[in-house]
Write a protein that binds this ligand. Structure first.
Ligand SMILES: [Mg+2]
Length: 334
């Protein structure tokens, strides 16, 4: 196992001599801190409201984004940022006030005092590289005590290039204890994971299941237009359908604990926003998997700024063992 010493954590992380050494050390630290903050808030009490598009947002989404964006601004001032949350510039709504208090209590005084500026920061508009941030991916799961992802992705030159994800309350194998898992990957350099609080870093590798009827399907808990997962299960004779929130689905595949992930496109949201996929895609691809739409096209990560990805007919992520066969199969039912 290749490893480097991340000085601020004292733990060994994968990808020695990586092109992404700085990205690894900064984002592991930020993902860990953001996840610790969101878990603390979950213990102490979530405050939620609905955004204009009716999706949920909590004070923890804002806190997590503030911690991540503040760190990225400090370490990567030349990059652009795309991020899910924004707050009104006076920061006076109830949720922003609650986020500001939580940040202060957690010791983030600068972020607390400059909340709107930090959360609304979109980096250098001329930047070639774009960080794609989902501070809590799977807010509905977060509200219900389930797993979710803190997603920090990096996109440039037409593809996701690096990603780091923290997944708190991630279910253990065979019903084992829930833990916070941290996973990261750099293009061409493999994907790795560790349990938060442990030093042991292990490579991520997809399963080698090739028979569609034996595949374990993971689908969204919240987004399953036309029940595409249910139809696929029926037609393929699949025995196991797992429902999870956010990009934890990609992680299940990268860990080899699921074999295929399918979602349909919604007429308004398409397959959702770039920050809903960037981190998960690079981690899965570097674990040996593959991600396309239902026709085999790659995800377009540059819709108009702030807009969802609406030019695809859905999304298929797999262990790459029989991706084409899955697409053919879906062509018959979708
Ligand atoms: Mg989110």
């Amino acid at each position: 196992m290749l490893g480097i010493r991340a000085s601020h954590t004292g733990e060994s992380v994968g990808m020695e001599n990586s092109r992404f050494t700085k990205e690894i050390s900064v984002t592991l630290d930020l993902a860990r801190k953001a996840a610790a903050a969101t878990e603390r808030i979950r213990e102490n009490g979530i405050q939620a409201s609905r955004k204009q598009d009716h999706t949920p947002v909590t004070q923890a989404d804002i806190v997590s984004q503030a911690i991540i964006l503040s760190g990225l601004r400090r370490h990567f001032p030349n990059d652009r940022i795309e991020a899910e949350e924004a707050i009104s510039s006076d920061g006076r709504n109830a949720l922003a006030m609650s986020a500001g208090e939580a940040l202060r209590d957690l010791g983030y005084d600068h972020e607390s005092r400059n909340l709107a500026q930090v959360v609304n920061d979109r980096g250098n508009p001329e930047g070639r590289r774009i960080w794609m941030i989902d501070p809590i991916d799977g807010t509905k799961g977060f509200e219900r005590g389930l797993s979710y992802a803190v997603a920090i992705g990096l996109y440039f030159d037409g593809r996701p290039r690096f990603g780091c994800m923290a997944a708190p309350a991630f279910p253990g194998e065979d019903g084992g204890e829930k833990t916070t898992i941290i996973a990261y990957a750099g293009r061409g350099e493999g994907a790795y994971w560790l349990e938060a609080g442990r030093d042991r870093v292990e490579p991520l590798r997809v399963s080698d299941v090739r028979d569609i009827s034996r595949m374990r399907l993971v689908g969204s808990r919240a987004h399953d237009m036309d029940d595409i997962c249910g139809k696929f299960v029926d037609r393929a004779g699949i025995q196991q359908l797992i429902r999870m929130d956010g990009q934890t689905k990609y992680l299940m595949l990268a860990l080899g604990r699921a074999d295929v992930y399918i979602r349909s496109a919604d007429p308004y949201f398409g397959i959702a926003y770039p920050w809903d996929h960037c981190t998960g895609q690079i981690i899965l691809e570097e674990a040996g998997g593959r991600v396309t739409d239902l026709d085999g096209k790659l995800i377009d990560y540059e819709p108009p700024p702030g807009r969802p990805i609406t030019n695809l007919d859905g999304l298929v992520a797999s262990n790459a063992g029989c991706h084409e066969e899955i697409l053919d199969f879906l062509g018959d039912i979708a």
